[in-house]
Design a protein around this ligand. Structure first.
Ligand code: ZN
Ligand code: ZN
Ligand code: ZN
Length: 313
């Protein structure tokens, strides 16, 4: 993960980053927007002063949810890494595109500066992939990760099942698994992260298979939905403190002081204004974030769009 690249983002960018990380072609599991947690990531969070408590793994169980039908999506990047197409004049970009391949159905800037294009049809989708330039820009195109892979989770995998075992790996590989990671959870009593019986699986197919066989057991595969990330500084969702440009707000009362220096008797949530601390696990705002993340995964849209949908419903 390139932290330095992320430090410039505002909230809006981070909403985009959250879902665009899913759309990236690079296999970057430790994108900021995702809170599936490996041990490596935990160390990183601790190092940046983020609270482990707000980054527990939660997997929302979504019954019989399959990935959305494929749209004709493409990522377009400049071949020159210092040129970010998403930061260019959008009107110029749009004109260059429509002059060369016709008007796109949808065009979005990803947090990393690349463009995500939704094509009108297969014909346009193929045409763009054959281009090496649009307008004045030399480009390369790639398929978003979500059109080539999918993430699921299986539960109750005995802890003595070593998912790093080479034999087991090859069994899983035969079932299209490109990566398996045990999820961890934050244990309040010991103040550490512990290994859970849930295993996250990355499949190199866009539609999640329904089951997987490991040993003599068949496991049902559920859609993997990352946990909302919450800012340690402003208590808002969708970004982390290191990238926060908002005012500091106390986790307990919402005023401008350190949360651990607060001795309020009447907590107030920054997000929903309810009478609980802002990191309350059952906060309606948090619930809304979870719903939105679910929609992101299901419908393959940005978190920003998903949040709008969830708010409206
Ligand atoms: Zn913040
Ligand atoms: Zn306070
Ligand atoms: Zn709340």
């Amino acid at each position: 993960m390139d932290e330095s690249e992320n430090t410039q983002f505002r909230t809006e960018d981070f909403y985009n980053a959250l879902s665009s990380s899913d759309l990236e072609t690079t296999d970057n599991e430790s994108q900021q927007g995702h809170s599936w947690t490996t041990q490596v990531k935990k160390r990183k969070r601790v190092a940046t002063g983020s609270p482990a408590t707000t980054h527990n793994n939660t997997v929302i169980r979504v019954p019989s949810l399959q990935n959305a039908p494929n749209k004709y999506l493409l990522i377009i990047a400049s071949i020159n890494p210092s040129i970010k197409l998403g930061r260019q004049n959008p009107i110029k970009i749009q004109k260059a595109l429509s002059d060369s391949v016709g008007v796109a159905k949808n065009l979005k800037q990803l947090a990393n500066g690349n463009l995500l294009i939704e094509c009108q049809d297969k014909h346009q989708w193929k045409a763009i992939q054959q281009r090496t330039s649009i307008g004045e820009w030399s480009i390369r195109t790639s398929l978003p990760k979500s059109t080539t892979s999918s993430a699921g989770v299986i539960y109750n995998v005995p802890l003595d099942f070593d998912i790093e075992d080479e034999d087991l790996k090859s069994v899983m590989k035969g079932q299209k698994v490109s990566k398996a990671t045990r999820l961890t959870y934050y244990d309040k009593n010991s103040n550490t992260r512990k290994t859970s019986r849930s295993v996250k699986l990355i499949f190199d197919v866009p539609i999640l298979p329904q089951t997987i066989n490991i040993g003599f057991n068949s496991y049902k595969i559920k859609l993997y939905v990352p946990n909302p990330i919450q800012c340690y500084k402003c208590q808002g969702y969708g970004h982390m403190a290191g990238n926060c440009s908002n005012k500091r707000k106390c986790r307990k009362c919402g005023e401008d002081h350190q949360s651990n220096e607060c001795n309020t008797e009447s907590p107030k949530c920054v997000n929903c204004k309810g009478d609980h601390p802002s990191n309350y696990k059952l906060c309606p705002s948090r619930e809304q974030q979870k719903q939105a993340l679910k929609v992101v995964k299901r419908d393959n849209i940005t978190l920003h769009e998903a949040n709008k949908q969830v708010k409206e419903s």
